[in-house]
Write a protein that binds this ligand. Structure first.
Ligand SMILES: Nc1ncnc2c1ncn2[C@@H]1O[C@H](COP(=O)(O)OP(=O)(O)OP(=O)(O)O)[C@@H](O)[C@H]1O
Length: 593
C-alpha cells in the first residue's frame, strides 16, 4: 500500500497522530537490549537502596566497637556494583536507542534512494535530509529511556493505586478523582505537544530545503545579489522552528503543572478527609500515615510518567514525518510480468522501438508525446532533433523507465520496458543527462559509480576514449583528485566527457546522450563528436542533438515536433524533404539549407 502524497506537501497539513504501534514496531526489533538495559538500571536502583541499610550496619558496628572490615567490604562492593549497574544499564538502553535510529535510517535511506523519479520531481531534497537526520534523532531517547521509564513508572503507579484501594476505599476514591482530572488534562495537552513538535520539525525541514536551494544555485544567488533575501527566508524558518519549539515547551510545562497540582491537592484532601475519619474513629491514624506516605512516594513516578508521555509526543511527531517518506512510492524492481523472464542473454547493440507512444508527466499536465513511433537498432548514431520542448529528452526518460508510457509500447530488444527487470534494463544502458551531473568525490569515484568492478585498464581505456587524458594529467592527484560539489571545478565540456566516460565504463549496449544546449568551443565540440562516433562504432548511440556536427554525422535523424515524429532520414534526405528540418538546420543548427 502506498501513499502518493508528497512528503513536503503532506507536511503542510496539520500533523496527524502517528500510531504508537509504529514506534513499537521499530523498538520491538531491539527489545532484548532494551530489557537488559532496563533491568540493569532497575537493579542499580535496588542496590542503591541497600546502601543505607549497610550504612546503618556500619554505624551499629562502630557503636559496638566491633571490626569494621566486613561491613566496609559490603559497602564497597555495593557502591561498586551499584555504580557499575547504574552506568551499564542506561548505556545499554542508549545503544538500543541508537540501534532503533539506525534501523529507521536504514529503512529511510533505502526508500529515499529508490524513490520514483516522478516523486523526486515534486519533493524538496533539503526537507528529506532533515527527516533522515533530525527527525530520526528525536526517536533515540523516546525509543530507549522514555519507553522503559514510562513502563516502570506505570507499574509503580498501578501498584501504588492497588495498595491505596486496599488501605482505605474512601481515601482511594478521593485520590482517584484527582487521577481522573490529571488524565483528562493529559488527553487535552499531549496532542498539542505532538503538533507543536511536528510544526517545529517541519520548520527545520523547510530551513533545510531553503539551504539546499541556495547551495544548488550558489553562484546565481550571489550574482543576483540575493544573499539578503535568502538569509531572510532561512532566518524566518529558523525563527518558526524556535517559536514552535517554545510552544511545545509551554505545553510540556503545563503537562508538568497538570500532574503536580492535582497530586498536591489530593495530598491535602486526603489529609482533610483522612483527618476527619481518624477523628470520628472510622480510620486508624497508622492507615492515614501509610496512605499519605504512599501518595508522597507516588509523586515521583507520576511526574516521571507525565514527562515520558510528553517525550513520547515528540517521538510520535518524528515518526509521523519519517513515515510520510517511508510511504512514498519507490520503484518496483521489475514488473510482475518480468518474473522469471531471461533478458540478459542478448549481447551487441540493443534495439529500441517506440510504438505509438503517448505520455504525460502527470494527469493534470498536457500530453508531451501524442503517438511517437520510431526505431533505432544496430551500431550507429541516431540523432533526435526538433524544437525546444518537443519531447526529445522525454524519450530517454521512457526508455530508462523513469516514467511509464501512458499508452503504446516502448520496447528494448522487442520486450516492453515495463516487462524488463529494472536492474537488467538499466544495466544495458549508459545514460548521459543534459547537464552531465558530476557528484562530489574524486574523478575515479565518479567514473566507477556505474561499474564498481571496473579494472584499472578499463578505466584507462574510457579515460582515453572520452578524451580525458589531458584533464587527468592536469589534476594534482590525477584520477584521485576531488572534483567538487556538482563538479564545479570542471568545465562544462569536461563534465560532459566525465559523464560519457562513466556511461561507457558500463559497456552499454545502448548509449543515450543528451547534448547540453550551451555551445562548446571548437576543440571541445570536436572531442565530443569523436567520442560519440567511437562509441557508435561499437554500440547503438541515441543522442538528443543540438550541434550541427552531431546531426550531420548521424546515421539516422528523427525529427520531433510537438510530441510527434514528423520525419526520419539522413541529413541530406531531410534537408531535401522536410521543411521544419530545413528551418532547424538553417537556424538552430546553423547551416545553410
Ligand atoms: N519532470 C517533468 N514534469 C513535468 N513536465 C515536464 C517534465 N520534464 C519535462 N516536462 C515538459 O515536457 C515537455 C517536453 O520536455 P522535453 O525535455 O522532453 O523536451 P525537449 O524536446 O528535450 O526540449 P529541449 O530541446 O529544450 O531540451 C516540456 O514542455 C517540458 O516542460
Amino acid at each position: 500500500m502506498t501513499d502518493t502524497t508528497p512528503a513536503t506537501e503532506a507536511a503542510h497539513e496539520a500533523p496527524a497522530r502517528a500510531p504508537i504501534s509504529r514506534l513499537w514496531a521499530y523498538a520491538r526489533q531491539h527489545l532484548r537490549l532494551l530489557i537488559i538495559g532496563g533491568a540493569l538500571s532497575f537493579a542499580g536502583g535496588i542496590v542503591g537502596l541497600v546502601q543505607p541499610l549497610i550504612a546503618m550496619d556500619v554505624i551499629d558496628t562502630l557503636s559496638n566497637s566491633e571490626s569494621l572490615t566486613r561491613p566496609l567490604l559490603y559497602l564497597g562492593a555495593v557502591v561498586i556494583v551499584g555504580g557499575a549497574l547504574s552506568a551499564l544499564g542506561p548505556y545499554l538502553m542508549q545503544i538500543a536507542g541508537q540501534d532503533v535510529v539506525l534501523t529507521v535510517r536504514k529503512q529511510l535511506i533505502g526508500r529515499l534512494v529508490r524513490l520514483q523519479v516522478a516523486e523526486v520531481d515534486r519533493l524538496k531534497p533539503g526537507d528529506l535530509v532533515s527527516r533522515l537526520s533530525s527527525d530520526t534523532n528525536l526517536l533515540r531517547t523516546v525509543a530507549s529511556t522514555t519507553v522503559i521509564g514510562g513502563v516502570t513508572d506505570s507499574f509503580m503507579i498501578l501498584g501504588g493505586i492497588a495498595l491505596m484501594a486496599w488501605l482505605d476505599p474512601v481515601l482511594f476514591g478521593t485520590t482517584m478523582a484527582m487521577v481522573v482530572f490529571v488524565t483528562v488534562m493529559m488527553v487535552f495537552i499531549l496532542p498539542r505537544i505532538q503538533r507543536a513538535t511536528g510544526d517545529s520539525q517541519k520548520a527545520l525541514g523547510d530551513m533545510g530545503s531553503l539551504l539546499e536551494r541556495v547551495f544548488s544555485a550558489f553562484r546565481t544567488v550571489k550574482a543576483s545579489g540575493a544573499e539578503d533575501y535568502e538569509i531572510g527566508r532561512l532566518e524566518a524558518a529558523a525563527t518558526t522552528a524556535r517559536d514552535k519549539g517554545v510552544k511545545a515547551s509551554l505545553w510540556e510545562a503545563l503537562a508538568g503543572v497538570a500532574a503536580f497540582l492535582p497530586v498536591n491537592i489530593a495530598f491535602l484532601m486526603v489529609l482533610g478527609v483522612g483527618g476527619a475519619r481518624v477523628a470520628s474513629g472510622a480510620m486508624e491514624v497508622g492507615t492515614l500515615i501509610g496512605f499519605l506516605l504512599l501518595l508522597f512516594y507516588l509523586m515521583g513516578p507520576i511526574n516521571g510518567l507525565v514527562a515520558s508521555l510528553s517525550q513520547l509526543q515528540t517521538g510520535l511527531a518524528a515518526i509521523h514525518r519519517v513515515e510520510e517518506v517511508a510511504n512514498l512510492d519507490s520503484e518496483a524492481a521489475g514488473s510482475e510480468a518480468a518474473q522469471g523472464e531471461p533478458h540478459m542473454a542478448a549481447s551487441g547493440p540493443a534495439q529500441v522501438a517506440f510504438e505509438d507512444v503517448t505520455f504525460r508527466y502527470a494527469e493534470d499536465l498536457p500530453f508531451v508525446h501524442h503517438g511517437v513511433t520510431f526505431a533505432s537498432s544496430g551500431r550507429g548514431l541516431t540523432a533526435l532533433v526538433g524544437p525546444s520542448g518537443a519531447g526529445k529528452t522525454t524519450v530517454f526518460s521512457l526508455i530508462e523507465r523513469f516514467y511509464p508510457a501512458t499508452t503504446g509500447r516502448v520496447t528494448v530488444d522487442g520486450v516492453d520496458v515495463r516487462d524488463w527487470p529494472l536492474e537488467d534494463l538499466r544495466g544495458l544502458i549508459g545514460y548521459v543527462e543534459q547537464d552531465a551531473p558530476v557528484l562530489d568525490g574524486s574523478l575515479r569515484e565518479n567514473l566507477v559509480m556505474a561499474a564498481q568492478d571496473a579494472t584499472e585498464a578499463e578505466i584507462e581505456d574510457v579515460v582515453k576514449t572520452a578524451r580525458l587524458t589531458e584533464l587527468v594529467e592536469k589534476l594534482p592527484e590525477g584520477l584521485d583528485s576531488r572534483i567538487g560539489y556538482r563538479g564545479t571545478t570542471l568545465s562544462g565540456g569536461e563534465r560532459q566527457r566525465v559523464a560519457i566516460a562513466r556511461a561507457l565504463l558500463r559497456k552499454p549496449r545502448l548509449l543515450l546522450l543528451d547534448e547540453a544546449t550551451s555551445q562548446l568551443d571548437a576543440a571541445n565540440e570536436a572531442s565530443l563528436k569523436q567520442v560519440m562516433l567511437d562509441a557508435a562504432e561499437r554500440t547503438n548511440v541515441i543522442v538528443v542533438a543540438h550541434r550541427l556536427s552531431t546531426v550531420t554525422s548521424a546515421d539516422q535523424i528523427v525529427v520531433f515536433d510537438a510530441g510527434l515524429v514528423r520525419a526520419v532520414g539522413t541529413h541530406a534526405e531531410l534537408v531535401a524533404k522536410d521543411d521544419l528540418y530545413r528551418d532547424l538546420a538553417a537556424s538552430q543548427l546553423l547551416t545553410a539549407a
